[in-house]
Design a protein around this ligand. Structure first.
Ligand SMILES: *Cc1c(COP(=O)(O)O)cnc(C)c1O
Length: 480
């Protein structure tokens, strides 16, 4: 299997070459040359692998799916990496991604029982194993530099902690993350994890990461890399739980299932698109947004309009507060018939002063729903509170704010005879303030997280100064 760029860069690469890279050299995103097809017999076999591999059915399924896309890691090694990643010890549950039923044919798929209690662990934990493996094989090391407002940074740190050959330098806005999120990151004591709290907002952190990455000499000398959501390996890891959700929601492979996905950067739902393109019988892929409705607007109107910072709202489902959706280009590439010149032109418009592209008058726009199964909807703070209350009252289940956006939108797209699976993207304890607002009490806290706010914190506070950050990194990477 080779990988190409959505903007047409000529060189085709193999999996391990793109694993440690971010964007393609032409600024595009990597996609496989074709989607491997899973026919009826293969789907039957995958169902058996998942159902009969107890415990370890999920890891075995992950190996089967990943090996369709990865041919430059020996099979025995890839299987071992999957088995080391998807364990009950890490994900708190032998099923890894169990379904919870909320009414007839309506399910939540639990993706948030990993170490940082959000779905990002599903992919990041695998990425940690893959990085350690590949860097070890090459005899190289990598220094991951990132900016986080919460979920991504903690998932990355918990995946990379203690891994050989990897260091993490994570910038976060000083004093702006929730006490729970701060504790998840700053209580780590592993020497390869470095927390830097920047006196500024998230955008300042992101600007520093960009400035450091644009200094190509510094980047090369200090082996700077990233783990952001456009990494193909993260997306691929997420494809697996669409298969696992499908097998649990159906009794046999003749049935279709719809998924609703609380969405921000379009990484999670893009994995659903890949699963559907492989032949998994997914009926609808429903994109749920919060007040930051860039994606809902596109699927309703055909207009993709990047928001300015004044137009980007701070909401109570903060991990979906985006101004543009960084993975969306992958879907648009397929939508325009995999025409890289067309894709490049559209995103050049979206990222120019134009700030938008418009496919409303183009025949391909109808394909988004008709051929690719996409629908969408939007949820607000009031919807979120009402949904959290209602699910608690009727089902005695407390859901988080992002998942609530999913449940609200999923209900608008139910069809008789088609099970609906909503992806649960975080546990409520991460966003306790809004749960208290909705229910009048704190959500339940998993035992391992009791009192984490009072653990000692390891963090260096710094002004928003690129040179200070570079000096800090240089000092800690020189020895190697
Ligand atoms: C990251 C995140 C999302 C959005 O996922 P995308 O892949 O960016 O669409 C939704 N909910 C939670 C809790 C998240 O952490």
């Amino acid at each position: 299997m080779r990988y190409l760029s959505t903007r047409g860069h000529a060189e085709r690469k193999r999996f391990c070459e793109i694993l440690l890279e971010g964007l393609a050299p032409d600024g595009g995103l990597y996609l496989p040359e074709r989607y491997p097809q899973v026919d009826a017999a293969a789907l039957q076999r995958l169902r058996a692998v998942f159902n009969e591999g107890k415990p370890g059915g999920y890891a075995a399924l992950a190996f089967e799916i990943l090996s369709l896309y990865i041919d430059d890691i020996p099979a025995a090694d890839l299987r071992a990496l999957c088995e080391r990643t998807y364990t009950e010890a890490v994900f708190g549950n032998p099923a890894i991604v169990p379904l919870k039923q909320l009414g007839d044919g309506f399910y939540l798929e639990a993706l948030s029982n990993g170490p940082t209690l959000a779905f990002k662990d599903m992919a990041m934990q695998l990425l940690g194993q893959l990085f350690e493996y590949e860097l070890g094989r090459r005899g190289e090391s990598l220094n991951i530099l990132g900016a986080t407002s919460g979920d991504t940074g903690s998932a990355a740190e918990h995946a990379m902690k203690g891994k050989r050959g990897v260091r993490v330098f994570m910038l976060s806005p000083h004093g702006r993350m929730s006490p729970f999120q701060q504790a998840q990151m700053f209580s780590l004591t592993d020497p390869n994890i470095h927390n830097i709290a920047i006196e500024g907002v998230f955008d300042d952190c992101q600007d520093i990461v960009k400035a450091v990455s644009n200094d190509l000499d510094f980047k090369r000398r200090h082996k700077i890399g990233t783990v952001n959501s456009i990494n193909w390996a993260r997306l691929l890891a997420q494809v697996v739980y669409y298969f696992a959700g499908y097998f649990q929601a159906t009794g046999h492979n003749g049935e279709r299932v719809s998924f609703t996905v609380p969405s921000g950067n379009f990484g999670n739902v893009c994995a659903g698109h890949v699963a559907r393109q492989m032949g998994l019988p997914i009926h609808r892929l429903v994109v749920a947004t919060n007040e930051n409705d860039v994606l809902d607007e596109f699927f309703r109107t055909g207009v993709y309009r990047v928001r300015g910072s004044a137009d980007t709202h701070e909401t109570s489902s903060p991990s979906m507060d985006i101004s543009k959706a960084s993975n969306f280009e992958r879907f648009v590439f397929d939508l325009v018939g995999r025409d890289p010149a067309r894709c490049k032109a559209l995103f050049a418009d979206a990222l120019s002063s134009e700030g938008r592209f418009d496919l409303s008058g183009d025949a391909v726009f109808a394909d988004a729903a008709a051929h690719y199964g996409f629908l969408s909807g939007r949820s607000t703070h009031a919807d979120r509170l009402a949904t959290i209350r209602e699910v608690d009252r009727r089902h005695a289940v407390v859901i988080d704010t992002h998942t609530a956006d999913g449940v609200k939108v999923a209900r608008e797209h139910l069809e008789p005879g088609v099970p609906m699976v909503v992806l649960e993207t975080a546990l409520p304890i991460k966003f306790a303030e809004t749960i208290v607002e909705a229910l009048g009490h704190e959500p339940e806290r998993p035992a391992a997280y009791v009192g984490i706010e009072s653990l000692p914190k390891r963090v260096t506070v710094m002004p928003a100064d690129v040179d200070r950050v570079k000096a800090y990194i240089a000092q800690r990477t020189a020895a190697a």
